[in-house]
Design a binder for this molecule. Structure first.
Ligand SMILES: NC(=O)c1ccc[n+]([C@@H]2O[C@H](COP(=O)([O-])OP(=O)(O)OC[C@H]3O[C@@H](n4cnc5c(N)ncnc54)[C@H](OP(=O)(O)O)[C@@H]3O)[C@@H](O)[C@H]2O)c1
Length: 188
């Protein structure tokens, strides 16, 4: 019987977040000084601006929740001209002057399978906690790339605060940076 499912999955959804040692991704007041480098780890690697820019070019599309979007506008847009989908149930069109931004409301599986996957190979889900939690619950995340900052924050918004079930992931790579941050990569 013919199937409408593609034979091989060509797109990948990577959840990427920066977390404190105690699993927090945002302070209550939304300040971001905790993301500044505070230590030096001599055995770590560092990447040049050119390498970072070349890496960012491999990302075909960003997906973010509306609160992350609003915070990104305040801080200074970090996603350049790369196509970006913002999930919201509000009408936020008037907040965007960027041609690269589209708004989406509704079924997240439909967003990934029918809208993003046919258009983009390397899809990055970049927060926040609420949207990431929904993607994880729906099984829409292929890879988790977690960057751990060398700081305990005590309180704030937890990335995995609402995880209802045990879910095992395979460790794929670990990179320690000179600034004391560690990047952990996992696949489903
Ligand atoms: N450390 C990091 O790496 C990192 C990364 C990203 C964000 N952050 C921080 O995390 C905080 C924001 O995270 P958050 O968990 O509060 O919010 P969020 O996930 O960024 O956004 C939540 C909003 O997304 C929309 N949404 C979610 N699911 C939807 C669906 N199925 N359909 C339509 N809309 C949907 C809703 O928007 P509406 O309410 O508009 O309907 C919801 O209120 C910010 O402080 C941000 O700076 C940190």
């Amino acid at each position: 019987m013919p199937s409408s499912e593609p034979k091989t999955k060509r797109s990948t959804v990577t959840l990427h977040m920066v977390s404190s040692l105690d699993g927090i991704i945002a302070r209550k007041d939304n300040s971001v000084s905790w993301l500044d480098s505070g230590s030096v780890y001599e055995a770590g690697v560092s990447i040049s601006e050119e390498e970072a820019a070349a890496f960012v070019k491999t990302i075909d599309c960003y997906v973010l929740g509306s609160r992350t979007y609003e915070h990104a506008l305040e801080l200074g847009w970090p996603y350049g001209d790369t196509p970006t989908v913002v999930t919201t149930n509000r009408d936020l069109k008037s907040t965007s002057t960027k041609k690269s931004v589209e708004f989406y409301s509704g079924d997240l599986k439909r967003l990934v399978d029918q809208i993003l996957a046919p258009r983009y190979r390397n899809i990055w889900l970049v927060g926040g906690a609420m949207l990431c939690q929904s993607f994880l619950e729906l099984g829409l995340v292929d890879e988790i790339r977690l960057t751990i900052a060398p700081v305990l924050l005590g309180e704030g918004l937890r990335l995995f605060g609402g995880s209802p079930t045990e879910d095992r992931w395979k460790l794929k790579n670990v990179v320690a940076y000179k600034n004391g941050f560690v990047e952990l990569s996992y696949s489903a």
